[in-house]
Design a protein around this ligand. Structure first.
Ligand SMILES: Nc1ncnc2c1ncn2[C@@H]1O[C@H](COP(=O)(O)OP(=O)(O)OP(=O)(O)O)[C@@H](O)[C@H]1O
Ligand SMILES: [Mg+2]
Length: 423
């Protein structure tokens, strides 16, 4: 029980940690990538601007001018192996180019990423418009465009490295947090575990101690009931009420003791388990409950054709199915139908107890296995239940390596499915 809680705590802690790391990592990655591009854009803008004053020369002399390496103003900042410069006229027609690649695409001012065949690698381009002074003041005329480009292979490799550093860093942090988290959850659960075991011990001790005096009361009442002539007739009813209450209390104490003991795994494992035919067990139970069903005018059907065997404790399994069957009969109004099926699914025995009763709402479903929980306390108290039936049923199913699955609809009915591994 606590093992599961420990893992759930650890898992939630790691999920939160992973989410924080993912947000942080993405933030760092985006920030650095943007910075890298901003720096590259600045470099390309400077390059394009340095080429702008000689636009007229390029337009007139073309490659003759471009080949005069000593003369061109951008010679100090231009890297011919990685960058390229292209010139276009005002209509966007290609004039000349210098450098590593020629994109020959129409110019578009501003920065863009392009993947072009002639470059074969993704490139970053920065295009500026070049103006010349016109006769009309403050209205320069467009002379053309200059596009400076550079391969972004370097940026991509830095991005790649950054990505893996972040991923590996994140994984390492998660592993370390997982180890720390294990220690933390262990520390957090220790006091809860201790108080839980104390409480269980108390329940077991208290119910055990209560058994003695209760047996004495029971014996006395039985004597009184056997010799009613000694009691004043006016008190007969009271004697019967005391007898009913005593037997109810006895059952409650037995249930509490059972639950407190089943929580101690050792006690249960030490019990002898035998091979049990579920068909026989269930058909006996159906026969036993038939009179009650008839009294309530409920049709009790059973479909127990296939022979299915499990290894378990006969008394406990009887108690499990009896609790479920009694619930089905109890929470089904007159004229309803309660049916018991048995099936096998792979290596699992599936016993379904279906009723056409009052049903359980979706909000109530998660609570029905809680100890002392009852849907409608006022109504059910009259029927003498304690709300321990399903808690006991679940404890027994779990100790047989199985579970109980419930589906229910208010006003339509419920289906309790017990799944127990087979031989
Ligand atoms: N077949 C069912 N149909 C509708 N409600 C159900 C059904 N089975 C259980 N419940 C609801 O779940 C609650 C808990 O069931 P549980 O068997 O644990 O206690 P109980 O029947 O009230 O008392 P007891 O301890 O005598 O069994 C019930 O009070 C009832 O409200
Ligand atoms: Mg019950």
């Amino acid at each position: 029980m606590f093992q599961g809680l420990r893992w759930r705590l650890l898992l939630s802690y790691l999920t939160i940690m992973a989410a924080i790391l993912a947000v942080f990592g993405s933030g760092v990655y985006i920030f650095f990538s943007r910075n890298l591009y901003r720096q590259l854009d600045k470099k390309l803008l400077t390059l394009a601007q340095s080429a702008a004053p000689s636009f007229a020369e390029v337009q007139n002399d073309g490659s003759d001018y471009l080949n005069q390496v000593d003369k061109v103003p951008w010679r100090d900042i231009f890297n011919r192996d990685k960058q390229s410069l292209e010139w276009f006229d005002a209509e966007g027609n290609f004039l000349a180019s210098k450098g590593f690649f020629k994109l020959e695409l129409k110019p578009k001012t501003g920065a863009t990423n392009l993947l072009h065949n002639s470059a074969e690698v993704p490139v970053r381009t920065y295009t500026i418009s070049v103006f010349k002074d016109s006769t009309v003041p403050n209205e320069p005329t467009l002379e053309g465009y200059i596009r400076a480009s550079q391969s972004i292979e370097e940026i991509e490799s830095v991005q790649n490295q950054l990505f893996w550093v972040l991923v590996l860093g994140g994984v390492m942090t998660l592993i370390l947090s997982g180890l720390g988290g294990m220690w933390l959850t262990q520390k957090a659960i220790e006091p809860i575990e201790a108080s839980f075991f104390k409480l269980k011990q108390f329940t077991a001790d208290a119910s055990h101690e209560l058994r003695g005096p209760l047996t004495a009361i029971k014996a006395s009442i039985e004597i009184l009931q056997n010799h009613l002539e000694r009691v004043h007739p006016k008190d007969h009813k009271k004697i019967n009420a005391i007898a009913t209450a005593t037997s109810h209390m006895g059952q409650l104490i037995e249930d509490l003791l059972f639950l407190a003991r089943t929580d101690q795994t050792v006690a249960i494992l030490a019990r002898e388990k035998t091979e049990i035919s579920l068909n026989t067990l269930l058909s006996d139970l159906v026969v036993l409950n038939e009179p009650f069903a008839q009294k309530k005018q409920i049709e009790l059907q059973s479909y127990l054709v296939s022979e299915i065997k499990v290894v378990g404790d006969r008394m406990q399994l009887t108690r499990l199915f009896s609790n479920l069957l009694q619930n089905a009969l109890q929470y089904t109004p007159e004229g309803g139908i309660v049916s018991v099926y048995i099936n096998k699914h792979n290596r699992t025995a599936v016993v379904s107890i279906r009723d056409t009763g009052i049903g359980i709402s979706t909000e109530q479903l998660p609570h029905i296995f809680d100890r002392f929980w009852r849907a409608d306390k006022a109504r059910t108290r009259r029927e003498g239940g304690t709300g321990l039936g399903l808690a006991i049923a679940q404890a027994i199913a779990q100790y047989h390596g199985g579970k109980i699955v419930v589906t229910s609809k208010v006003g339509v009915g419920s289906c309790f499915q017990v799944k127990i591994p087979m031989l």
